[in-house]
Ligand binder design. Structure first.
Ligand code: MG
Ligand code: MG
Length: 258
């Protein structure tokens, strides 16, 4: 069952996703060598609650924390811990909130200090693949058009697309229909109508596409131990254009001050 949103509901989703955008920027201020991922989690939780929202991930399916923090070869769903970030790490920070009954969900991969040119290129291609996917999120197009665009961009850089996890519809629930794969063929999948709100979230690997899950039951890592990057936007499908409900501008402001 796919729920199309009214304009009023989209504005509520915009507010939720704007809070996530600001939370990720707040976390960005503290990302440096030596900070633990658990400290980042505390910063995010306090920021979310002080803005009248609740963390969407905490308790979701038993997940213990506010953020998913996934370092280097961790693809997604990393659990915050006493691991202290090291110079040269990349860390995907995924954050969800519930504000006024609507969910915001976004992710960004940060560099810790100076990172290798290889990791920088992976992050750049992953972010660009997200942008390519967003350009397809238009009324009348199909979900497969998004996956095709993401996959084409990622593979043009020599990277592989994770298949085991996908994007999703977003609304009062964090994971609504439809699934939004980051791979696919043009003109396939369900047709997207005005009012559909989805999260597009490419998970792109430097090496093989295969993944496995650690014994903690959550952390997804690459099968070959090579790095992975992840960015996520919430997007409302409109006639003729995609309406991105997330912004990385707050993050950019923080990173430019460094
Ligand atoms: Mg998501
Ligand atoms: Mg997310």
């Amino acid at each position: 069952m796919i729920y199309l949103k009214t304009d009023e509901e989209i504005e509520l989703l915009r507010a939720s996703n704007m809070l996530v955008s600001k939370t990720l920027a707040e976390v960005a201020k503290f990302i440096e060598p030596g900070v633990t991922t658990l400290r980042l989690d505390t910063i995010a939780e306090e920021y979310i609650r002080s803005n009248g929202a609740i963390p969407a991930f905490k308790g979701y399916g038993g997940f213990p924390n506010t953020l998913c923090t996934s370092v280097n070869d961790q693809v997604v769903h990393g659990i915050p811990s006493d691991y202290a970030l090291q110079e040269g790490d990349i860390i995907s920070v995924d954050c969800g909130v519930v504000l006024n009954g609507f969910v915001g969900d976004s992710a960004y991969t940060f560099a810790v200090g100076e990172i290798s040119a290889e990791k920088k290129r992976l992050c750049d291609f992953t972010r660009e693949s997200l942008e390519e996917g967003v350009r397809q999120a238009i009324a009348g197009k199909r979900v497969g058009d998004i996956g095709w665009a993401v996959q084409t961009k990622a593979e043009s850089g020599g990277y592989s697309v994770v298949r085991t996890l996908v994007g999703h519809g977003l609304g009062r629930h964090m994971h609504e229909s439809p699934e939004v794969p980051n791979y696919g063929r043009r003109g396939t999948g369900i047709r997207m109508n005005k009012g559909l709100v989805i999260c597009i979230e490419p998970m792109i690997n430097m090496g093989v596409k295969q993944t496995r899950t650690l014994n903690d039951g959550w952390t997804v890592i690459t099968a070959d131990g090579k790095p992975s990057a992840h960015y996520e936007y919430a997007v409302a499908v409109r006639e003729g254009k995609a309406d991105v409900l997330t912004t990385f501008e707050f993050i950019n402001e923080v990173l430019q001050k460094r």
